[in-house]
Design a protein around this ligand. Structure first.
Ligand SMILES: *Cc1c(COP(=O)(O)O)cnc(C)c1O
Length: 224
């Protein structure tokens, strides 16, 4: 069943991107591991989860064959738990968190791939850097953060936003990545993780390289 859903989504993504490579992350939060393994059978190999406790309950360290990214708000005191369980942390939104991830990763002889999350909508309740000055301060510190490897940026579009407001948010992430490439040519800002079930086609038009789809794949989530 997931095989057909995913094939259809990949086709839509390829059409919207006009052949440019855009990866598909299946956001499996609230869904049981059995559902995830069914999607793996259907060929889906990249998953996203947003809560540390749920990651601990559903996944083990010796997972093989598919990757898992942490995409939700992460507190420094949970970093120790999540680093051994995920392949990337896509929601780094403070220098403090970046330092903590780096030191935990180094203690495990790992280098953790990360995306830096930017708040592009000025919605207070949301994660992500709200200040670009703070964001650039983090980039200044990168030479001292040997346990992380930046691979790009992530943002969440406005909740229920119009096409115009949503595309403005995604365009601003693309522009920040472009400015970052100019200022820090030695760093990598290739991945632009933007677009969810309600806005991924707009995100692709604005240059997304990774869309994060939950309900479009698994159906509506139950209340938790
Ligand atoms: C839940 C979630 C998604 C997926 O949301 P859908 O609207 O179900 O596609 C994507 N990104 C993040 C950060 C999420 O928390």
């Amino acid at each position: 069943m997931y095989k057909e859903i995913i094939a259809k989504l990949l086709e839509e993504i390829a059409t919207a991107s006009e052949g440019r490579k855009v990866d598909l992350m299946a956001v499996s939060k609230t869904h049981p591991i059995t559902t995830i393994l069914e999607a793996v059978k259907g060929g889906q190999l990249l998953f996203g989860e947003n809560r540390v406790q749920e990651i601990e309950e559903k996944f083990t360290t010796d997972r093989s064959g598919y990757s898992l990214h942490m995409i939700g708000n992460l507190q420094s005191n949970k970093v120790k738990k999540v680093v051994p369980l995920v392949d990337s942390i896509d929601s780094v939104d403070s220098l403090k968190l970046a330092k903590k991830i780096s030191s935990v990763a180094l203690s495990l002889h790992k280098v953790m791939p990360v995306l830096i999350e930017i708040n592009t909508t000025e919605e207070e309740s949301k994660g992500g850097f709200k200040s670009l000055d703070d964001y650039y301060r983090l980039l200044e510190e990168v030479p001292n953060l040997r346990g992380i490897k930046i691979e790009g940026l992530m943002t969440i579009g406005p909740l229920g936003g119009s096409e115009k407001a949503t595309r403005r948010s995604f365009a601003s992430l693309r522009n920040i990545a472009q400015e970052s490439r100019v200022r820090y040519p030695e760093l990598n800002f290739e991945t632009l993780s933007m677009g969810m079930s309600g806005d991924y086609l707009w995100a692709i038009k604005e240059g997304s390289t990774l869309v994060r789809l939950g309900s479009a794949i698994f159906g509506r989530r139950g209340e938790r």
